[in-house]
Design a protein around this ligand. Structure first.
Ligand code: F0G
Length: 462
């Protein structure tokens, strides 16, 4: 059959059965709310938000099947049926041998870091993530960034900005010795770089290198399905493969994984640690009891595990992931067409506005991204998140502020929640704020909590 040359649109592969009403607020209400929140969008009450793009974490809409699964919760303290269903799905879809459920991703990071990291260890990774790095540090380790330089450049169009620079890794291995490196920490769809993917080729090369040195690869698989989509559309040899097949191959190149199921896996709460080594599993099974709950529920209700098992299956459908990323791209293109500086290529889970470019008159010490997130909320009630100098925190040795190259505002798109019309409203608001950008002043921090300061820090206009 001859292929038609007329472009055909995709649409969401679902229809809507239940809705949640939104509330629009006045500018006065928003101003009051913002002041009460210390100009930190994490401290806003959700009732004051119109379109909530703070995060794609735990904010997905579950399907009717997932809700039906919730009714099938086997709330036994030990040996819940739902645990065995989840274990079966994790083995089948991801291929890891042993499963430890946890209440969310950081629960898994905590347990894994405690088991594998000793004081003085070094953990190379393809850009830090806030909770992951903190757990590495709390276990006595130090994170070292080995992502390729392109990842730090918002304008680089490199298709796999999540890739590891093997030269950087090799230097770290030469300097410290492989025995000081319990594992290389690899995220798929690198969050802090803008949801940028790692290529299969790079993973394969990494696998070969680490196998020679006897170093594990641990996979932060929070957004592995989105990464698989980019491999399918960008990497040679993968266009004919299914998302499911690609995910399986990615996981097979790693030794274990931490998962925040609140993202890709389409649930509102949940996560897990999955490993292939029996000995690590046994240690994890003993630690999870201390921090999360028995090894067959890990801080979750039976019904949560059932929803996760079903969510994982739904998350690996090609049409789901195509529509999911299609919606993110729709918003990104709209912003790009209006000259808004965003991280390119458009990533998997959100649009990352380059706040340094958007607000070149604001010094990084006055938090351009934090200020921009506050202004967007003020304009329209759209809530976004800072991913810049506030999120980067302080160097644990010197106490000095980390100064990341990337100073970004993340418009994160929840899965299956908002429509294309919502994306239009978001774009219009950002464009309006851009038009008035010269009026925006920076902020100063007036309260700084000890850990993960971006969650609870408070600010005041300068
Ligand atoms: N790893 C990545 C890449 C993440 O994005 C997150 C959470 C975690 C681990 C931790 O998982 O929240 O379930 O404990 N990211 C959220 C976000 C908070 O908004 O990006 P968690």
């Amino acid at each position: 059959m001859k292929k038609s040359s007329v472009k055909r649109s995709w649409a969401e592969p679902y229809k809507i059965k239940m809705v949640e009403l939104l509330k629009m607020s006045s500018k006065e209400d928003r101003e009051k709310a913002l002041i009460a929140a210390g100009y930190n969008t994490f401290l806003l009450r959700s009732a004051d938000v119109y379109i909530d793009l703070l995060t794609d974490s735990g904010t997905s809409a579950m399907s009717d099947r997932q809700w039906a699964g919730m009714m099938m919760g086997d709330e036994a303290y030990a040996g819940s049926e739902n645990y065995y269903n989840l274990e079966k799905v994790v083995k089948k879809v991801y291929g890891y041998r042993y499963l430890i459920p946890t209440h969310q991703g950081r629960g898994a990071e905590h347990i894994l870091s405690k088991i594998l990291i000793k004081k003085g260890d070094v953990i190379p990774g393809n850009m830090y993530f806030t909770t992951t790095r903190l757990h590495q540090e709390l276990s006595g380790g130090r994170f070292e960034d080995i992502i390729i330089d392109e990842a730090h450049d918002p304008e680089s169009e490199f298709p796999f900005k999540g890739n590891v620079d093997l030269g950087k890794l090799d230097q770290i291995v030469s300097r410290h010795g492989a025995s000081k490196i319990p594992y290389v920490s690899i995220a798929t769809s690198v969050n802090m770089a803008g949801g940028q993917p790692i290529s299969m080729e790079n993973l394969r090369n990494l696998r070969q290198y680490t196998a020679e040195k006897g170093i594990r690869v641990i996979h932060d698989m929070t957004r592995v399905a989105e990464n698989a989509h980019f491999i399918k559309v960008r990497e040679k040899g993968y266009s004919g493969k299914s998302i499911r097949e690609i995910i399986h191959e990615i996981c097979s190149l790693t030794d274990g994984a931490t998962m925040s199921a609140k993202k890709d896996a389409l649930v509102n709460i949940g996560g897990f640690l999955a490993v292939n080594e029996r000995q690590v599993f046994e240690q994890a099974r003993s630690l999870v009891v201390v921090y999360e709950g028995l090894h067959t529920y890990g801080g979750l209700a039976g019904r949560d595990m059932e929803a996760m098992a079903i969510g994982i299956e739904e998350s690996v459908h090609d049409d789901h992931i195509q529509a999911r990323i299609g919606q993110v791209e729709y918003l990104g293109r709209k912003l790009m067409e209006s000259g808004i500086p965003i991280v390119r290529p458009i990533g998997g889970h959100g649009i990352f506005i380059d706040a340094k470019k958007f607000l070149p008159h604001i010094d990084q010490n006055n938090y351009p991204a934090q200020s921009l997130a506050a202004e967007i909320f003020l304009d329209s009630g759209v809530r976004s998140m800072e991913r810049g100098i506030v999120s980067a925190g302080r160097n644990p040795d010197t106490g000095k502020n980390n100064k990341p190259e990337l100073e970004l505002v993340r418009l994160t798109i929840p899965r299956r929640v908002y429509t294309q019309a919502h994306m239009d409203v978001v774009a219009e608001s950002v464009i309006e704020v851009h038009r008035n950008r010269k009026r925006i002043r920076g902020l100063k921090m007036i309260y700084e909590p000890k850990y993960l300061r971006f969650f609870q820090a408070r600010f005041k206009p300068v």
